[in-house]
Design a protein around this ligand. Sequence first.
Ligand SMILES: *Cc1c(COP(=O)(O)O)cnc(C)c1O
Length: 417
Amino acid sequence: MSSPLALLGGTPSVTTPGPHFAWPPISEQTAKVVTDQLAAGISVYDRSGVIEELEDALADYHGVRYALLTSSGTAALYSMYAGCELGPGMEAIVPAYTFFATVTPLLHLGVVPVLADCDENGNLDPRDVVRRITARTSAIVVTHMWGTPADVATLRAIADEHGLMLLEDGSHAHGASVGGRKVGTFGRASAFSMNGPKPLSAGEGGFLLTDDEEVYYRALLHGQYNKRCRNEIPSEYPLYRYAVTGMGLKHRIHPLAARIGLDQLAHLDEYLDGRARVAAMMNEQLAELPGIVTPKLEPGDRSSWYGLMLQYRGEELGGLPVERLYEALQAEGCWELDRPGSTCPLNLLPLFQEPGPLFPELAGSFAYGPDDFPQAEAFHRSVLKLPVWHREEDMPLVNGYIEAFRKVINNYEGLLG
Ligand SMILES: *Cc1c(COP(=O)(O)O)cnc(C)c1O
């Protein structure tokens, strides 16, 4: 041990100036294509130009019939649920542990969210889903948390057995796959965010995927009124007469964002391959440390490594509180180490405890509270999140972070009491 812990006055392990992680990677090529787009047009009202290019590329990448760009992941989820005709009187089983926007659009449609607990990876637990199916259940919604694919095969079997729709929120997991098949293709439809830090980023934006014509037309009507609806919905389709107004919402993506998304998509597999290499190394090294449990990936699964989620076992370090470990690692210079806050078990948020003041139609239809989802809450309490770098030149920094973990954990006794 060369230096005492930085928290106790020693020298930090990581001395690289910040920021230590920036996403998405922006190149000269990105700048060029955006400048070119400025000249080509910054408003696109139909499926043409960069909108068509990116939708085609996304449909191709995933092997689906339809991709529809939206202004955000939240808008994509909203249009997906509306496109699947979810509405009042229905229940959707959703993960208790997800980003809240997976679920909030359902509230706007009058759908009652039925939360279900997670497994040891933080992903929806199929066993708990089965327990929560009722006569009113219409859909099962799954998020691939932090990029690790959920057990979609089992969820799909449950959905089929009970005549339910399976819907995916792939916002953490662009390019992740199960047995070679991309997430976002396991259900009736899927929605993705392309917000800032997401594996495929456009700065702001989102998209939905489906093979289902009906879902696609209804999603168009939900948020892409007039020109797109008039051009794309066949005149013999019964809802064509609503093409001009649609449902009156507007969820179009900005063409500059679409251009950035297209530029990023061309590199997605290269980014993910780089992340997979770095994650394997990080997992191998960190797994050796007491108190740290690394994420498990099923054989044949590919993660997007949106986050490397470590589970902390304080009992292996004399009961050292996670807050204290976090503080010590921050002091060592691990500024990118995070304890996620807003992505938390939904039962801990006022909106899911008492929806009535904001959604009067849902008053009294559900009321969750602390301790309702023991697995999700335990996962959330003991999680430490690291980013996963993808470039060779980041390796010294990655090694610095691992060294910091080693140093703090090998000297944890100095942090007790
Ligand atoms: C980011 C995110 C969303 C919302 O996407 P926005 O583009 O921010 O609207 C929804 N679900 C999950 C799981 C997310 O991570």
